[in-house]
Ligand binder design. Structure first.
Ligand code: F6R
Length: 608
């Protein structure tokens, strides 16, 4: 996590360092800092807390600097203290470093490479990078960065300045995102395209062992031996741009409202002419009769979309499917052979656990497919094939529109598999394709039909200590996501259970007024879930049922009934999640939480 930026040009940089750093605040917001270089050497300012604190500190006295690097931190090694904030300096003060990633062999470097008795001013892993670069620095900065980075294990994207090289920034990366751009007025680096000026239409992504040198007038690249490289820039894609939050107070609400478009844009490329077109990404081998095992590997909300897909793959295609958390997958000895397809799901395409799992699978004969929202991300590049979700840039830490787009992509894939493996007749397949294409409209309708009720409900539950989400089968998958949405933004301790499980222990936690949110949309289990809801109500729960009009009668005793539009029940998760997302949002709003940047979290989890 963490975000880095760097600027070198002819005009003052402090204001823009803050401006672009703020665009990266989603990557972490424990502390922030900046360093500047000029002919007098290096100057540094660091502050604990949000970037606004650093901004205040830089208000006066820093206008003169035209070269600087800055950092927003999500603490991994070392507490949230000013001495652990970046930039970190070498002990001789010759080198300043900002870093995103984790250096796994920091202890080894301290003990075995750096001189004995070297003193460290922070508890961070990053500080060894500054010390190491200084250790190798005589008068060739590229060589020093190359030598130092060749000793690093783990992941890094770094921006480096030297006290005797004013106006120059050196950059390198391994397994952590880094983009570099040259515009007519200067050279820029950042962890994300979002934090580059809008006029940067072309970007460079340094490859393994490549070192970028930003001098204001130019950007040059060198290999580890110091040879100059000819590197071609790539264009900045539309999906990489921030569309802003429009008239909404928060990105999260704006992104909830963008869901019809996110799902529509995703489906438009996958479903047309009455059928699903995934041939170009999912070749014959992926869908042949021989494919006998699917793994879905992801984290957090992306994992929850896998829970939906698993039920569909198994029901309609009869392929064994396992959904595994990426952080568990690589340590769990999965059985992977040429008849296995592993699907990775990720909004950012940079989640470290998911990437580590992908790299493990690539060492086997299994096929890899990713469902990813960021074109050009590591997951997108490294998987054998990819389906791009078209949610556009997602800024709020809590995912909403990317989640909905992932679900849509999974639906398309599930229908195609089912049809090819004869789990659906041509007529059923065509009907389901049509129903799938209606989802954007139905999502818009769901927002309109449920928003007012959700606002009142949020006011009703905002002071609760805990909440429960329950459901069976596809409703259980939605419950998992709904529960996560509430807890991550409102900090209410919400838990999710398969509805039938409550009586095996959790019912003891239900008290007078405890909110229990259930979705009931699956015909085969609707009555069963309803009984489970009644069991909680009998113990005092405030039960909220999200359901179709056709079940309104049987659910009429619920404390609150939230009606969603009718749809083929396999697509219900795309609709039931909408009021749940809004419940998370509005509850957090009435509790006064920092909705777009919940405490302790970061948008892109680039550490394992
Ligand atoms: C929750 C949320 C996270 C992400 C998870 C995976 O609202 O956003 O749980 O889903 O960190 O991130 P990606 O999809 O970028 O791999």
């Amino acid at each position: 996590m963490c975000g880095i930026v760097g600027i070198t040009r002819d005009t003052s940089v402090a204001g823009d360092l803050i401006k672009y750093l703020k665009k990266l605040e989603y990557r972490g917001y424990d502390s922030a800092g900046a360093a500047f270089s000029d002919e007098n050497g290096l100057e540094r300012v660091r502050r604990v807390g949000k970037i606004a604190n650093l901004e205040k500190a830089l208000e006066k006295g820093y206008e003169k600097y035209t070269c600087g690097i800055a950092h927003t931190r999500w603490a991994t090694h070392g507490g949230v203290e000013e001495r652990n904030a970046h930039p970190l300096f070498s002990s001789d003060g010759r080198v300043a470093v900002v870093h995103n990633g984790i250096i796994e062999n920091a202890a080894f470097i301290k003990e075995k490479i750096l001189p004995e008795g070297e003193t460290f001013a922070s508890d961070t892993d990053t500080e060894v990078i500054a010390h190491l670069i200084s250790f190798y620095y005589e008068n060739d900065p590229v060589r020093a960065v190359a030598e130092a980075t060749s000793r690093l294990e783990g992941s890094y994207a770094i921006g480096v300045m030297f006290s005797d090289r004013p106006g120059e920034i050196y950059a390198s990366s391994l397994h952590s995102p880094l983009v570099i751009a040259q515009t007519e007025d200067g050279s820029y680096l950042a962890s994300d395209v979002l934090a580059l000026p809008d006029r940067a239409k072309e970007i460079y992504r340094p490859g393994k062992g490549e070192i970028g040198v930003l001098s204001g007038k130019s950007v040059d690249f060198y290999d580890v031996s110091g040879n100059r490289l000819e590197k071609r820039p790539s264009e900045v894609g539309d999906s990489e741009k921030d569309v802003g939050k429009g008239s909404y107070e928060h990105y999260m609400l704006s992104e909830i409202m963008q869901q019809p478009e996110a799902v529509g844009n995703t489906l438009r490329e996958l479903v047309y002419g009455g059928e699903v077109h995934v041939e170009s990404v999912v070749g014959d081998t992926f869908i042949s009769d021989k494919m006998d095992q699917i793994y879905i590997v992801a984290c957090g909300s992306a994992y929850h979309t896998g829970l939906v897909a698993q039920l569909l793959f198994e029901k309609y295609s009869r392929v064994r499917t396992s959904v595994v958390l990426a952080s568990e997958f690589r340590y769990a000895s999965p059985i992977l052979d040429k008849n296995t397809l592993v699907i990775f799901v990720s909004q950012s395409g940079e989640t470290a656990d998911t990437l580590a799992a992908l790299r493990l699978v690539k060492e086997t004969d299994a096929k890899t497919l990713s469902i990813v929202n960021v074109k050009g991300s590591s997951l997108w590049i490294e998987s054998e094939s990819s389906i791009l979700t078209r949610a556009g840039r997602e800024i709020a830490v809590a995912t909403t529109k990317a989640y909905s787009a992932q679900l849509a992509a999974f639906y398309a894939l599930a229908l195609k598999f089912a049809y090819l493996r004869k789990g659906l007749s041509p007529e059923e397949y065509a009907a389901k394709c049509d129903a799938l294409l209606e989802l954007p409209e139905k999502i818009a309708l769901t927002i309109n039909m449920t928003r007012n009720k959700i606002v009142s409900l949020a006011k009703r539950i905002k002071d609760e200590q805990s909440a429960f989400y329950i459901g069976r089968l596809l409703d259980g998958a939605s419950a998992a996501e709904g529960s996560l949405k509430l807890k991550e933004v409102s900090y209410i301790n919400s838990q999710c259970y398969a509805a039938g499980e409550l009586k095996h222990g959790t019912l003891s936690l239900i008290e007078e007024g405890t909110p229990v949110i259930a979705s009931i949309t699956q015909s085969g289990v609707a009555a069963k879930t309803l009984s489970n809801v009644s069991e909680t109500k009998a113990r005092g729960a405030y039960d909220v049922v999200i359901t179709f009009e056709k079940y309104a009668d049987i659910c009429k005793d619920a404390s609150e009934l939230i009606i969603i539009p009718e749809t083929d029940e396999i697509f219900a998760p795309s609709l039931t999640v909408i009021p749940m997302q809004m419940l998370g949002y509005y509850t957090a709003l009435y509790r006064g939480c920092d909705i777009d940047k919940p405490k302790n979290l970061a948008k892109s989890v680039t550490v394992e």
